[in-house]
Design a protein around this ligand. Structure first.
Ligand code: ADP
Ligand code: ASP
Ligand code: MG
Length: 412
């Protein structure tokens, strides 16, 4: 039997009517002759509520218990989806991650998938089951504890299942009808892309475009999964939505293909750090050990053997970063004047494969921001992206200005 993976995000399963609507889409594929693996998220808002409960109970929570709590939202929607399908006379059964078992690393709250054995689900398909409904976002560690895959992780569950079961396609159903040149909630003129290259989607996702979790794009790229993003609220055809695919499949290409943003950034500055060999390692080693993923780094010009070191990190890790740096100072490993955290920043990035062969993107970007009176605090570049850190209050304005200046409302 040909097999499809269909993933429904939070808004697509937000209540019983929406679950029914999603189930109808699944039934249609079954009627067309497919076996289907459905991956579900928690009802929209549920995971945030669960995270809130954990943080209120225990600010520096034990990540194992965090996972035990926040994984539960998906259990509810998996069971309800299976029941809804059964009511439509579609033979369906639900699985929680541990029942598959979807095996992961033990990195609680950001675990990585290690293995998806097919035997349990294949056995049920062989008995005539048509749809396996799997709770997204969760798995089980070698220690036998429940793990979660990081926020947005159901996308990754879906792609991993598509790879493990050799699915014809992995369809990600969500509340927008595809991947846009930027978040359509921020820029009315955002344009839906028919296709986007894996590399670009990977950058957009990792720079904040939460339409797909970064890791899901990585897996799709590695295992050559045909990955499509489409709306759960519209009638779809074979060509609806956005196909994430190899660069070679895309004929027309703008120099810049998208603008991404992330509100969840913080800028930390260590002033008057001693400027000596090994100082960067002495600062960033303890940060890495504390699980703080540092993004942008700038070291200012040294004066009288002292320098300022600035870096950005996710806003929810500021506390951990401060504690790691202060402990390193207490151990005598680093000396500095002060440690200043600026949590009113945002990161805005432009992404495009065309940047490999075109110059001038950075200067156009900086000029557009200057014209809006937006000051750039930190800059980072790679082969196909340029990111800037700016005051958060200018984030929307910056996204719109960059969308405009690179002509993203128009096709190439
Ligand atoms: P789901 O709950 O279905 O997983 P998410 O909220 O995680 O949905 O992701 C979909 C959202 O991603 C959209 O509602 C949109 O606001 C946001 N988004 C950000 N950047 C983009 C983009 N470039 N294209 C489409 N959507 C985007
Ligand atoms: N429910 C989880 C979250 O909100 C996983 C997901 O929806 O992909 O992050
Ligand atoms: Mg999501």
């Amino acid at each position: 039997m040909p097999l499809l993976v269909m993933k429904f995000g939070g808004t697509s399963v937000a209540d019983l009517d929406r679950i029914k609507n999603a189930a109808q889409k699944v039934k249609r594929e079954v009627d067309r002759g497919y076996d289907v693996i459905v991956i579900v998220s928690a009802m929209s808002g549920k995971t945030n509520e669960l995270v809130g409960w954990v943080e209120s109970t225990s600010p520096l929570f034990d990540a194992r218990e965090y996972d035990a709590v926040v994984s539960s939202g998906e259990n509810v929607t998996a069971g309800l989806m299976a029941l809804t399908l059964q009511e439509m006379d579609v033979p369906a059964r639900s699985w929680q991650g541990w029942q598959v078992p979807l095996k992961t690393t033990s990195a609680h709250s950001s675990a990585r998938i290690e293995e998806i054995p097919r035997a349990n689900i294949d056995a049920k398909f062989a008995e005539g089951m048509k749809v396996a409904v799997v709770a997204g976002f969760q798995g089980i560690s070698a220690e036998g504890r429940i793990t979660t895959l990081g926020r947005g992780g159901s996308d990754t569950t879906a792609v991993a299942f598509a790879a493990a079961f050799g699915a014809e396609r992995c369809d990600i159903y969500t509340d927008v009808d595809g991947v846009y040149t930027t978040d359509p909630r921020i820029e009315d003129k955002a344009r839906k892309l028919d296709k986007i290259a894996f590399e670009e989607m990977l950058e957009l996702a990792s720079l904040g475009a939460k339409v797909l979790q970064t890791r899901s794009v990585e897996l799709a790229m590695r295992y050559k999964v045909r990955l499509r993003v489409l709306s759960s609220f519209e009638e779809n055809t074979e060509t609806s939505g956005t196909l994430v695919c190899d660069e070679e499949e895309i004929m027309e290409q703008n120099i810049v293909s998208g603008v991404a943003y992330s509100r969840e950034e913080a800028k930390m500055t260590l002033t008057a750090v001693e400027d000596r060999p090994g100082i960067a390692a002495a600062i960033f080693g303890p940060l890495a050990e504390a699980g703080v993923n540092v993004d942008m780094i700038v070291q200012n010009i040294s004066e009288e053997g002292r320098t300022d070191m600035t870096f950005s990190c996710p806003i929810n890790l500021v506390g951990r970063a401060q504690s790691a740096i202060n402990k390193a100072r207490d151990r005598g490993e680093i000396a500095f004047g002060s440690l200043v955290a600026d949590t009113d920043v945002a990161k805005v990035s432009v992404v495009g494969i065309g940047m490999r062969s075109h110059t001038g993107v950075a200067s156009t970007m900086f000029r557009a921001l200057a014209q809006e009176g937006i000051n750039i605090k930190v800059i980072a570049t790679s082969e196909i992206k340029i990111s800037v850190l700016i005051d958060r209050k200018y984030m929307e304005l910056a996204v719109q200005a960059l969308h405009d200046v690179f002509g993203l409302d128009k096709a190439a």
